[in-house]
Design a binder for this molecule. Structure first.
Ligand SMILES: [Cu+2]
Length: 120
């Protein structure tokens, strides 16, 4: 009886380890969240924290454009992507970031709605 319980426990541990490995393999691309609007705000966050530096590589940008008077425009080495000013909704970009400085802004209000981060 004791022996079979031990085997069940070992089996469960093995299943948990395999499941963890599968989740890690599927989650190799980090998600970044860009948000513009509904007020005069624009931001880029990772796990809720403002992005200031990133390692070079591939990232999934999920952009929430919450206003029909703002847009989200990302520019930097090898990247020039933007949402439409009049459009609203969620846009996903999978982008490869290289070393350098990337800037994001709302084009109609670039002087007050902007941010940047460094890629190393
Ligand atoms: Cu704007």
């Amino acid at each position: 009886m004791r022996r079979s319980l031990l085997f069940i426990a070992l089996g469960c541990t093995l299943v948990a380890l395999i499941a963890t490995a599968a989740v890690q393999a599927a989650a190799t691309v980090t998600t970044l969240n860009g948000t513009v609007g509904p007020g005069f705000t624009i931001k880029l966050t990772k796990g809720g924290a403002n992005v200031t530096t990133l390692k070079h590589g591939t990232y999934k940008f999920v952009i929430a454009d919450k206003s029909n008077i703002h847009n989200f425009h990302l520019k930097g080495p090898g990247v020039n992507k933007l949402t439409s000013v009049s459009g609203k909704g969620t846009t996903t970009w999978t982008l490869t970031l290289k070393k350098g400085t990337y800037k994001y802004q709302c084009d109609p209000h670039a002087s007050v709605m902007h941010g940047s981060f460094k890629v190393t």
